[in-house]
Ligand binder design. Structure first.
Ligand code: FMN
Length: 367
């Protein structure tokens, strides 16, 4: 079976179909974390331990999961996370995923490591944001920002948790290289473009390519420089510390993403749902906060809202949908999350996302 078919009851069904459809090394590239994958597993544990405390007798007969994030009307409190090289999963890659996002009205975050040209993604009509990795060449970094502005991206999302790539042992053991048909389309034919395609005995070619291109010395001064470069709203992705959250607010950042990169960076890092309450309260009333890492369905979205997030980024599940059925597969994932969220909201007596804070154990008194 390649398509998820009619029997989809949860994202786990789509995950199983994706695993069957993908070559083992591509599956490992998507599914894997860093090191012993403790943080990868910890993300699930952290979310599973968020016990919801439903409200009864609310008279809530219908739930509306719509909300506003950075001035954008979101039909559900979720956007598609930036993820590299989506043509590994499907020949139409990012373009198919963005079409599905457009049809669902969901914001799609374009990765710096996109395997499709930026303009082809924005031409789908999806509402897009652009995720920025800090390149060693500052002029190229600035040019990416200008290109995103020209293409109509609505916000910039600077990823701050990849000074170097985490040790992805699955990729190292597989000697993972990109096939010739997939490349970092936005980085062009720079001096390092062949690296990601060239096997050698030092492990993952993708990791070698990253360390050749990314600047590990990204700092708050660079955030200030970027803040001065563009008038687009600026999000930081990969903030786990309340002190960094406060500093972000002082630096003119507009939104935070509490994330450990899906357990792909520092192994041993705190589960993102464990980090969320302190970060959200550090910037309460100043900055909206999104959560990612481990979100696997509508109940997880409600958990994130209950802990003070304004929404989530959907990561690997979108890639599972892409692998199983291209645009339709991604649409199935987004629809599944929406259905589950509406259902969970009804069961929790939560008519809108604004009613969710206070629904998690330990926060009951707050509303
Ligand atoms: C295959 C893959 C590629 C990714 N590429 C990027 C990327 O290019 N930029 C980025 O900021 N995050 C990237 N991420 C991290 C995601 O944006 C997100 O933080 C993570 O997938 C969330 O965890 P989850 O997939 O377990 O929900 C990638 C994740 C995966 C699985």
């Amino acid at each position: 079976m390649t398509g998820p078919g009619a029997a989809v009851r949860s994202l786990a069904d789509i995950e199983r179909a994706a695993r069957e459809a993908l070559a083992p090394d591509v599956w490992d590239f998507v599914a894997g974390g860093s090191g012993d994958e403790l943080t990868l597993a910890g993300n699930r544990t952290a979310l599973d331990q968020v016990a919801l405390v439903p409200r009864a007798l609310t008279g809530c007969a219908a739930a509306d999961p719509g909300c506003t994030v950075l001035g954008e009307p979101w039909p559900i409190p979720a956007a598609v996370a930036p993820m590299a090289y989506q043509r590994l999963l499907h020949p139409e890659g990012e373009v198919a995923a963005a079409r599905a996002a457009a049809a669902a009205g969901v914001t799609y975050v374009i990765s710096t490591m996109s395997s499709s040209p930026l303009e082809e993604i924005t031409a789908t009509g999806a509402r897009t944001w652009f995720q920025l990795y800090w390149l060693k060449d500052r002029a190229r970094t600035a040019e990416l920002v200008r290109r995103a502005e020209r293409a109509g991206c609505g916000a910039l999302m600077l990823t701050v948790d990849v000074p170097v790539m985490g040790r992805r042992l699955r990729d190292a053991r597989n000697g993972f290289t990109l096939p010739g048909s997939v490349s970092a389309a936005l980085l062009g034919d720079g001096p390092h473009s062949a690296t990601a395609h060239t096997a050698d005995d030092t492990g993952s070619a993708v990791a070698r390519h990253t360390s050749a291109v990314f600047d590990p010395a990204l700092s708050w001064q660079d955030v200030e420089w970027l803040r001065g470069l563009t008038s687009l709203p600026l999000a930081l992705k990969g903030v786990l510390s309340p002190a960094d959250a406060r500093r972000s607010a002082d630096a003119g950042v507009d939104l935070l993403v509490v994330s450990n990169h899906g357990g792909r960076q520092l192994d041993g890092a705190i589960g993102s749902a464990d980090a969320l309450p302190a970060v959200a309260s550090a910037v309460a009333g100043r900055l909206p906060v999104l959560l990612d890492s481990g979100v696997r369905g509508g109940t997880d979205v409600l958990r994130a809202l209950a802990l003070g997030a304004c929404g989530v980024l959907l990561g690997r599940p979108v890639l599972w949908g892409l692998a199983t059925d291209g645009e339709a597969g991604v649409r199935a994932v987004l629809d599944q999350v929406r259905d589950e969220l509406e259902h969970a909201m009804l069961l929790a007596g939560c008519p809108t996302p604004a009613h969710a804070p206070g629904l998690a154990r330990g926060t009951e008194g707050t509303r």
